[in-house]
Design a binder for this molecule. Sequence first.
Ligand code: C6P
Length: 413
Amino acid sequence: MTSVAAILPIDTEKIRLDFPILQTKVYGRPLVYFDNAATTQKPVQVLETLERYYTEYNSNVHRGVHLLSQQATEAYEESRRKITSLINARHDHEVIFTKGTTNSINLVASSFGKTFIGENDEVLISAMEHHSNIVPWQLICEQQKAQLKVIPINEKGELDMTAFERLLTPKVKIVAVTWVSNSLGTVNPVNDIIAKAHARGIPVLLDGAQAIQHMPVDVQALDVDFLAFSGHKMYGPTGIGILYGKEEWLNKMPPYEGGGDMIKQVTFARTTFNELPFKFEAGTPDISGAIALGAAADYIQKIGLENIQQAEAALINYAYERLAAIEGLRFIGDAAHRAGAISFLVKDIHPFDMGELLDKQSIAVRTGHHCTQPLMDIFGIPGTVRASFAFYNTKEEVDYLVAGINKAAQMLQ
Ligand code: C6P
């Protein structure tokens, strides 16, 4: 049998050396990190970029004529261009720096919502959304007296596309769905979703928090209207993220926040607003985070998103096979097309107990509802154990996880 290592398109052993934290120990044993959907670890290339900004040219952007400010501004805008390239946006000004996926979705829900959602209109989300793609829409629906509708899923954790089409009525003003489920690992048929919504003139927002790090993304080919994602889940820092929006929508939407940099002219009587993307970037941004996010984009592009996708698929298939052999283990979600995460329960062991015993064996997984409480309600469970993968994870780590689960199960029975 060919070993997984032999078929991986990337040199995992070499790549792991880029991540200092992967060389550390937890409870005296090497860290086995399977909580990548919560946040990924950071390579030295990102860490050094952060340090260089603060030690060599720390300064505010778009404000100073002095050299350091020019350097910071250039690095910040260069980073925007890197994200434009990563997602193949048509224009740099369609790429807005935000605090993360949550902030990006709140921006669209509020700004788009105030302008385009009215009384008795509908917003269509799915049953597998993260709270970040539920609550902002609930808030705007309440404010605008609109209704939130939900695309159901089947028992495998796949979207019911027949129901989706039925729900796509003229009342729907926006469809907002996750590309990849953080709890189930389901990859949704986003091309189909966008085509069907656009055929009825309805724009689509994709929550790309769990997609951007796992596969090539091309917003022009997708023809998606909005895409939200977080830096910290794609090997960049926390506190920085992206909202991609089509120019024609962003130009029609009012600012989300007011403050410095987003204005053209201010008098006490009236303010005129800056052009894109600055209209949506009020106040001093997370400059170091934005610049380091550019380094993260460089890093994953150098490895190649296709290579990452292939390597992770091989590892996840291996993990599936190994986990399926554990006595009493049942997967939560069994979609045909998947990425990133595997959720499961073992016998009647509470996920927190399993998580704690895995932690004591130096294995980091996430347990609980994963900020998808309505989804857990549908499955009738309080939560799951979730192992989520990155290209630096290895087959040996999967073996260690399987042994860890067996040991924990024995202790808890
Ligand atoms: N999911 C997880 O462990 P922020 O917190 O803004 O960076 O990302 C929010 C978010 C939105 N959508 C999806 C699909 C997500 O997975 C997340 C974050 C983490 O699953 C933390 S709850």
